[in-house]
Design a protein around this ligand. Structure first.
Ligand SMILES: NC(=O)c1ccc[n+]([C@@H]2O[C@H](COP(=O)([O-])OP(=O)(O)OC[C@H]3O[C@@H](n4cnc5c(N)ncnc54)[C@H](OP(=O)(O)O)[C@@H]3O)[C@@H](O)[C@H]2O)c1
Length: 281
């Protein structure tokens, strides 16, 4: 049986804990939700964790010593403090280092940076790039495992992400910047698209709520069709199924092509990736 700790219990930390509670891990990997351990410097977050039946710890050091898998879920600016707490815990109790795995969800933070603060690169680290739809169980997780992560822990960690959406594994850490530019930033691009589609509907006479429902459900439905037909029907063919000769969709698509919308999205991912590369260098 494992104990899973969270340093930081904000948006992402609490969403991940929810994924564990809703998975079939309770009873199989953890005895009960009490085996999810939380330390957050914000007292209100600690209270939220207690309300969920989780165990809170008075310090990150205590939490580290008692956890098998440690999620690092603070903002990148707070990495140094948290990493130094982990280092201190391992110095206080060197034997407690055995069998532990750190899972970092910090955007733009290389594994080497964490090792630098820990002054020890023997601890297995998993680097993850989540996105906000994880908060509603439809997240995307880009995952990079360092070689040392044991197979058993890989399975446990991936089963958490599976409960909160879907995951992809990359072998090359540099690709985490592309994942940041695509699925990390991507929800913002899609919110903009939904908003713009709804604006079009409002412009042509729909009320705002109706237009927003139609726009959002259209994106949700189209995404589901792509996911259910992966490797079977190409998105281009799905588009052709809507675009009949001389019809309304052909008019709409022509406007999008005239305005280089495809190119704009390609460039958006490229520029966001470059920014992530710059921030993490
Ligand atoms: N939200 C996203 O869309 C998203 C997407 C991808 C990746 N991420 C990554 O996920 C991580 C967490 O993001 P979030 O949105 O969950 O942040 P958040 O809601 O601000 O949660 C972070 C929590 O950690 C606490 N904290 C700060 N320093 C701490 C320390 N030394 N020890 C313990 N707790 C500490 C914060 O308390 P205070 O508020 O008092 O500082 C806060 O409660 C970030 O690194 C981010 O890059 C987020």
């Amino acid at each position: 049986m494992k104990k899973i700790g969270f340093i930081g219990f904000g948006n992402m930390g609490s969403a991940l804990a929810k994924g564990i509670i809703n998975s079939n891990m309770i009873g199989q990997v953890l005895k009960s939700p009490e085996d999810i351990l939380v330390y957050d410097k914000d007292e209100t977050k600690m209270q939220l964790a207690k309300n969920e039946g989780l165990t809170t710890y008075p310090s990150a050091e205590d939490l580290v010593m008692n956890s098998d898998i440690i999620f690092l879920a603070v903002k990148p600016k707070d990495l140094k403090d948290s990493a130094l707490s982990i280092k201190k815990a391992f110095e206080m109790s060197p034997e407690s280092k055995n069998g532990k795995v750190i899972v970092s969800i910090l955007a733009g933070t290389k594994v080497s940076k964490i090792y630098e603060y820990l002054e020890d690169d023997s601890i297995p680290i998993v680097r993850v790039m989540p996105n906000t739809p994880a908060l509603v169980g439809e997240g995307c997780f880009g995952v990079f495992f360092t070689e040392k992560v044991p197979e058993e822990d890989r399975k446990i960690i991936l089963s958490i992400f599976e409960k909160l959406g879907t995951y992809v594994i990359v072998e090359n850490e540099a690709l985490m910047d592309v994942i940041t530019g695509l699925s990390g930033s991507g929800p913002a691009y899609v919110f903009l698209v939904i908003q713009a589609l709804a604006d079009g509907g409002v412009r042509m006479g729909l009320d705002r709520r109706t237009a927003t429902v139609l726009a959002a459900q259209t994106v949700l439905g189209a995404a589901k069709m792509v996911m259910e037909n992966l490797g079977k029907i190409h998105p281009e063919e799905l588009k052709d199924m809507v675009m009949s000769p001389g019809g309304t969709t052909a008019e709409g698509i022509t406007v999008l092509e005239e305005n280089r919308v495809r190119y704009a999205f390609i460039k958006a991912v490229e520029e966001a990736t470059k920014k992530s590369q710059k921030l993490s260098s």
